[in-house]
Ligand binder design. Structure first.
Ligand SMILES: C[S@@+](CC[C@H](N)C(=O)[O-])C[C@H]1O[C@@H](n2cnc3c(N)ncnc32)[C@H](O)[C@@H]1O
Length: 261
């Protein structure tokens, strides 16, 4: 059984629409969120993620010399003295969004993180194909993919932020696995002990999902922790990820949650 168990075929095509035995926000959401906010998450960090993290630190060092090539956005002015600005694309899958973000933030290193070697291989292959098919196409030098477990990666990244070494103006969390069964709700990022760490990382965190309940829960959990959160329905133009394209073609409703301090 796949991890979207409980999902059914959407009438509009062969793309699955999320179906859940849960209609509104998870009943114990506030209790869970407050419980995890009150305790430090102590699961040991896997050695392979520590090693992967070192490759990012090296990449980030190399990237700091990339010149600014595009007009300033409101986020680019959000630079803290001494800290290196970094953009995160968590659960980047086949990596399209990482390339979009690298073009949107040309002066910052953009890190696409995923635990799936298969998806990251596809990301590298399509980036290479793009470069071969169009010699004038400049692949963003500021994009970097890394295979890592997010739950561990985020804690290592927060150490860098707290040490004043990294500043994360924008964190993309596009279409995380929804875990729609109530019995699996604890696997949703906002109902997991990692949530307080996740929200502390960036000035702006953007979650995208095709499941409204996930969007509303994520925003509610963030508000409980004192963050600003807005939920908006949106139409991607153009789609930024493989999943976004599939959902868009199937005419599913998409949701964007923006979290800020
Ligand atoms: C539904 S896919 C979305 C991929 C991409 N963002 C997109 O929109 O096309 C979710 C991705 O998150 C990755 N993922 C889920 N949990 C993860 C974790 N704990 N650590 C790292 N990657 C994770 C999966 O491997 C998968 O590629």
């Amino acid at each position: 059984m796949n991890k979207f168990a409980g999902a059914v075929q959407a009438a509009s095509g062969n793309v699955r629409e999320v179906v859940s035995n849960q209609e509104g926000p998870y009943k114990d959401l506030e209790k869970q969120v407050r419980k995890y906010a009150a305790a430090e998450y102590r699961r040991p960090i896997a050695e392979h993620t520590r090693k992967a993290f070192q490759t990012i630190e090296q990449f980030v060092e190399r990237c700091t010399v990339i010149p600014a090539a595009e007009p300033e956005s409101p986020l680019t002015s959000n630079h803290r003295g001494g800290a290196i600005n970094i953009i995160l694309d968590s659960g980047c899958g086949t990596g399209e969004s990482t390339l979009h973000l690298a073009r949107r933030f040309p002066e910052y290193p953009v890190i696409g993180i995923d635990k799936s070697a298969v998806r990251l291989d596809k990301a590298a292959q399509s980036a290479n194909r793009l470069a071969e098919s169009d010699a004038t196409h400049d692949l963003p030098r500021n994009a970097f993919y890394v295979r890592a477990e997010l739950i561990d990666f985020w804690r290592l990244a927060l150490d860098k932020v707290k040490a004043g070494q990294w500043n994360i103006p924008y964190h993309a969390l596009y279409y995380p696995n929804p875990w729609p069964k109530q019995s699996e709700a604890g696997r949703r990022f906002h109902l997991h002990p990692i949530f307080p760490t996740l929200l502390q990382l960036a000035q702006e965190t953007e979650l995208r999902t095709n499941w409204e309940v996930y969007a509303q829960e994520f925003a509610l959990a963030a508000k409980i922790l004192g963050y600003n959160a807005t939920v908006l329905q949106f139409s991607p133009n153009p789609p930024q990820t493989a999943f976004e394209r599939k959902y868009n073609e199937a005419r599913q409703t998409l949701w964007r949650v923006t979290i800020s301090h």
